[in-house]
Design a protein around this ligand. Structure first.
Ligand code: ZN
Length: 93
């Protein structure tokens, strides 16, 4: 799954979206800004966090809540990053 690794690497944040300060990468799409003292999430981190909070959410609900393109979310699911309620890996409609 080289393409997905590439995708995640490309979606990594280079600086804090609020203040522009450099971020400390904590893993799994989560970062910490020592200037804002806040956790920051990239696309993968946002989706992961939302799915953890709302495990029954549908693809469309996740897209609406996180602003991440559903095709990208679908790729993450297909890659086994997430398992969505009512769907099986690789069988999302
Ligand atoms: Zn910041």
């Amino acid at each position: 799954m080289k393409d997905l690794e590439e995708l995640y690497r490309n979606s990594r944040l280079k600086g804090c979206p609020v203040c522009g300060h450099s971020l400390e990468y904590k893993g799994l799409g989560e970062y910490f800004c020592s200037n804002c003292n806040e956790n920051v999430y990239d696309d993968y981190g946002k989706v992961r966090k939302f799915v953890e909070e709302y495990p029954a959410a549908s693809l469309v609900q996740i897209e609406e809540a996180t602003g991440v393109d559903k095709n990208k979310i679908r790729d993450m699911v297909r890659d086994g990053k997430f398992i969505l309620a009512g769907s099986r890996r690789g069988q999302l409609s």
